[in-house]
Design a protein around this ligand. Structure first.
Ligand SMILES: NC(=O)c1ccc[n+]([C@@H]2O[C@H](COP(=O)([O-])OP(=O)(O)OC[C@H]3O[C@@H](n4cnc5c(N)ncnc54)[C@H](OP(=O)(O)O)[C@@H]3O)[C@@H](O)[C@H]2O)c1
Length: 196
């Protein structure tokens, strides 16, 4: 069993100066960084802590029905052997140094988040940092698998119909997840809310 799933967990040993430092610190302390396939398709992130020193967390990509491009950084860079592609048995993935990790499927054609967390826990990856996108985050929240949230607000608007923090069917008011705010901190122009 995974003991803790964090969504941008924030537990600095000393005051951090910027959102950048918070995010890199979160990555550095995680055993694994989890994102959905659409985030790597659209952004092609490396997901590694910067600057590149010290231990490297595993990178876990939840892949559903669509194919992944073969040239992605997580599949081709020097840490690619520590990338885990979480897929169902029938999924097709490009040949690469990344490791295939078969887990059960869910009713929506994705991988089952409880099964994925169990599989990561069995490998000793107990602290998982989810960096989105919205569809994956919704699945984790829906299954009650998030232990801590770090919500970062910038004083601006994006607008449009793009991906939000959570993307999916949503909840009835009576079923909405209740968060308890632990702290609110202003860092320069941004606000960091930590909640459970
Ligand atoms: N502002 C931020 O901090 C931030 C962070 C991350 C991402 N983003 C943005 O978010 C966008 C992508 O987010 P998104 O919501 O479209 O997609 P996403 O959550 O990144 O990925 C969704 C995909 O993950 C796969 N998946 C497998 N199991 C799943 C499950 N149980 N639940 C949900 N998905 C599962 C599916 O892959 P298949 O497609 O293969 O079926 C699904 O289409 C990008 O534009 C990115 O730039 C923003």
């Amino acid at each position: 069993m995974v003991s803790s799933v964090t969504w941008f967990r924030f537990a600095p040993p000393r005051p951090c100066r910027s959102i950048y430092h918070i995010c890199q610190g979160l990555r550095r302390r995680a055993d694994a960084i989890l994102v959905g396939a659409e985030t790597v398709r659209q952004d092609d992130p490396s997901l590694l802590p910067r600057p590149a020193r010290g231990r490297k967390p595993y990178r876990v990509i939840a892949v559903g029905k669509k194919r992944l491009p073969s040239g992605l950084k997580v599949l081709t860079d020097s840490a690619a052997s520590r990338t885990l592609l979480a897929v169902t048995a029938s999924a097709r993935i490009p040949k690469s140094a990344a490791e295939r990790m078969n887990v059960s499927g869910d009713r929506r054609g994705g991988v089952s988040m409880p099964s994925l967390m169990d599989a990561l826990g069995r490998r000793g990856l107990l602290h998982v940092l989810c960096e989105g996108g919205g569809a994956l985050a919704e699945s984790l929240v829906r299954h009650g698998l998030v232990d801590e949230y770090v919500l970062i607000y910038a004083p601006s608007f994006l607008g449009g119909s793009g991906a939000g923090a959570l993307r999916g069917p949503g909840w009835l008011m009576s079923e909405k997840p209740a968060l308890e705010i632990r702290s609110v901190e202003q860092l320069g122009p941004d606000v960091v809310v930590r909640a459970r």
